[in-house]
Design a protein around this ligand. Structure first.
Ligand SMILES: [Zn+2]
Length: 189
């Protein structure tokens, strides 16, 4: 499979043409920004290779440990990390779960100190309503950015391993051809 640096290059080179397409299709500068941010985020640190000790994983720095359970649950290049749509959906749910767990922990401590009222159900409902009514377009464009970047990753992984697999077969075939032509020349003599 390609190295982390090669994946980075693919991400950076494929972004400009895709950004042009997104801008032509949507005609909205702010959606283009969400798309670009999501595409880069997914390509550089939120991609399928978070399932191993990779460049993407290392870029999470001090908090990279949050991906350790993810790595221990998934085999490298499994369908659940590299699969179409599934990989991105699982990573988004996984990251949201971690954020919610951290938020619950932080709010609980803050409540202990300042003793205020907090209703998680209301907060969740309000957040969902706001997302649905005001930021649905941004959410969709962001998800498309995340997914397209992950797809370019999985596709390049697949192409490189396909190419590597077909290499020895080809040379075997050419070797056999050479042997056969030598043998027929000998026969003619
Ligand atoms: Zn990969």
């Amino acid at each position: 499979m390609p190295s982390g640096r090669t994946h980075d290059r693919i991400t950076l080179l494929s972004l400009p043409p895709l950004a042009v397409v997104v801008y032509i299709l949507t005609g909205r500068g702010e959606w283009l920004l969400w798309f670009t941010g999501a595409y880069l985020f997914s390509g550089l640190m939120f991609g399928p290779d978070l399932d191993i000790y990779s460049l993407q994983y290392k870029r999470w720095g001090m908090i990279r440990w949050i991906w350790l359970p993810y790595q221990s649950c998934l085999k490298h290049r499994s369908f659940f990390s590299h699969g179409l749509m599934v990989g991105t959906v699982i990573r988004v749910i996984y990251l949201l779960t971690i954020v919610v767990i951290l938020a619950i922990f932080i709010v609980a401590i803050a409540q202990l100190i300042w003793g205020f009222n907090w209703n998680w159900r209301k907060v969740a409902e309000n957040s969902f309503d706001v997302l649905k009514s005001q930021y649905l377009g941004e959410a969709i464009v962001t998800f498309i950015g995340l997914e397209l970047s992950a797809m370019s990753h999985s596709l390049s992984d697949y192409l490189v391993s396909y190419f590597k697999r077909s290499q020895p077969k080809q040379s075997n075939r050419t070797l056999k051809k050479k042997v056969r032509s030598k043998a027929s020349k000998k026969r003619k003599k």
